[in-house]
Design a protein around this ligand. Structure first.
Ligand code: ZN
Length: 97
């Protein structure tokens, strides 16, 4: 028997204070939300493969937060990047620049 993971949906997340939200884990709803505008920016700048890797990275990042709530942001970034096969800063220039 496998334990189901969170559902993954695309949404318009917008900003959280000064931070642009790229993805979030909603424990109460059992949902990982990924910002559709962020996916579109990665796709426009880096292509379809990069967009797929960004989504994989975001899911793994949020799953790390879900599975280990005490994990640091750096640890979640590293876990996401490793799962997607990219550098932890692979999308920073596109998404934060
Ligand atoms: Zn995080």
């Amino acid at each position: 028997m496998t334990v189901p993971g969170p559902r993954v949906v695309f949404a318009d997340l917008g900003d959280w204070g000064p931070v642009r939200l790229l993805a979030e884990y909603d424990a109460a709803a059992g949902v990982i939300r990924i910002d559709r505008a962020a996916v579109a920016r990665v796709r426009a700048a880096l292509g379809d493969d990069a967009a797929e890797r960004f989504v994989a990275c975001a899911i793994a990042h949020e799953r790390r937060h879900a599975e280990r709530p005490d994990a640091s942001e750096a640890a979640a970034r590293a876990a996401g990047a490793a799962a997607a096969g990219v550098a932890p800063d692979a999308f920073d220039a596109v998404l934060r620049g």
